[in-house]
Design a protein around this ligand. Structure first.
Ligand SMILES: C[S@@+](CC[C@H](N)C(=O)[O-])C[C@H]1O[C@@H](n2cnc3c(N)ncnc32)[C@H](O)[C@@H]1O
Length: 210
C-alpha cells in the first residue's frame, strides 16, 4: 500500500471517527464474547431451545410471532422448523444492529436474507415498533411468541405482558443471562421457576398445555 493511500485511509478514519467508535466497541464486544452471542444472534445451544419451542407450539393453533429479527437468523430457523402453512410474523423496527448499519441498509440486508422464507414459508415482516404491532393485533392468539427485541427491563416487561395477554401457550425469548439483567428480572417476575433453559433461550409453557 502506497503512502498516499495510507494517508487517504487515515483521513477517512479521522473524518468518520464518531461513526467508527460504536462500530468498534460493538465489534470488539461480540469478537470477545462468542460463547454467549453470535454477533447479536443465537448460539448453537440457543438453537436447541428454539427448536424445542417450535415443536411444543406445533400442538396448538395460531401463528408464530417473533419480536426482533435483526438479520433474520432466528426468523429463518423458525421458518425452517415450523409446520408448512403456519404463519410466521417477525416484528422488526431496524433500530439496532451490531455493525451500526443505517436503518435502510439494515432493512435491505434483512429482507434479502429472508427472501426465501417470505416467498415460500408463509412468513411476513411487520416493519415497525413492537408497541404498534401489539396495538394493531389485540385479538391475535399465537401458538408461539419468541421475544428478542429490546433487552432493557421495561421493553422485555411490555413484550412479556403482551405475550401473556394473548393466552399464547408457548412463550420464549433470548438472552436470559447475567449480561442482560433486565431480561432475567422480567422473566423471573412473570414466570418464576416455571421456565426451561437451553443456553440463554428461556421457554415458558402454560401449565395446562404441557
Ligand atoms: C438481539 S436483536 C434480535 C436477534 C435475532 N432474534 C437473532 O437471534 O438473530 C434485537 C432486534 O430487535 C429490534 N428491536 C429492538 N427494539 C424493538 C422494538 N421496540 N420493536 C421492534 N423491533 C425492535 C432491533 O432492531 C434488533 O434488530
Amino acid at each position: 500500500m502506497g503512502v498516499l493511500q495510507k494517508l487517504s485511509e487515515l483521513n477517512l478514519v479521522i473524518k468518520y471517527r464518531k461513526q467508527l467508535k460504536p462500530v468498534l466497541t460493538s465489534y470488539l464486544h461480540f469478537f470477545e464474547n462468542t460463547e454467549t452471542s453470535v454477533w447479536g444472534s443465537i448460539t448453537e445451544d440457543d438453537e436447541q431451545g428454539i427448536k424445542h419451542a417450535v415443536v411444543q407450539s406445533g400442538k396448538h393453533k395460531g401463528p408464530i410471532v417473533e419480536i426482533g429479527a435483526l438479520f433474520g437468523h432466528t426468523t429463518n430457523l423458525l421458518a425452517s422448523m415450523k409446520r408448512t402453512g403456519v404463519i410466521l410474523i417477525t416484528v422488526e423496527n431496524f433500530t439496532w444492529n451490531p455493525f451500526s448499519l443505517p436503518p435502510e441498509v439494515h432493512r435491505q440486508f434483512t429482507m434479502r436474507t429472508l427472501r426465501y422464507a417470505l416467498e415460500h414459508c408463509s412468513t411476513q415482516v411487520f416493519d415497525g415498533n413492537a408497541a404498534d404491532f401489539y396495538l394493531a393485533n389485540g385479538t391475535l392468539k399465537p401458538s408461539l411468541i419468541f421475544i428478542d427485541a429490546g433487552h432493557d427491563y421495561e421493553s422485555v416487561r411490555k413484550d412479556i405482558d403482551w405475550a401473556v395477554s394473548t393466552g399464547c401457550p408457548v412463550i420464549s425469548g433470548h438472552d436470559y443471562t447475567v449480561a442482560h439483567p433486565g431480561v432475567v428480572k422480567a422473566v423471573d417476575e412473570t414466570f418464576g421457576n416455571n421456565i426451561s433453559l437451553y443456553g440463554s433461550v428461556w421457554i415458558h409453557q402454560r401449565r395446562e398445555c404441557e
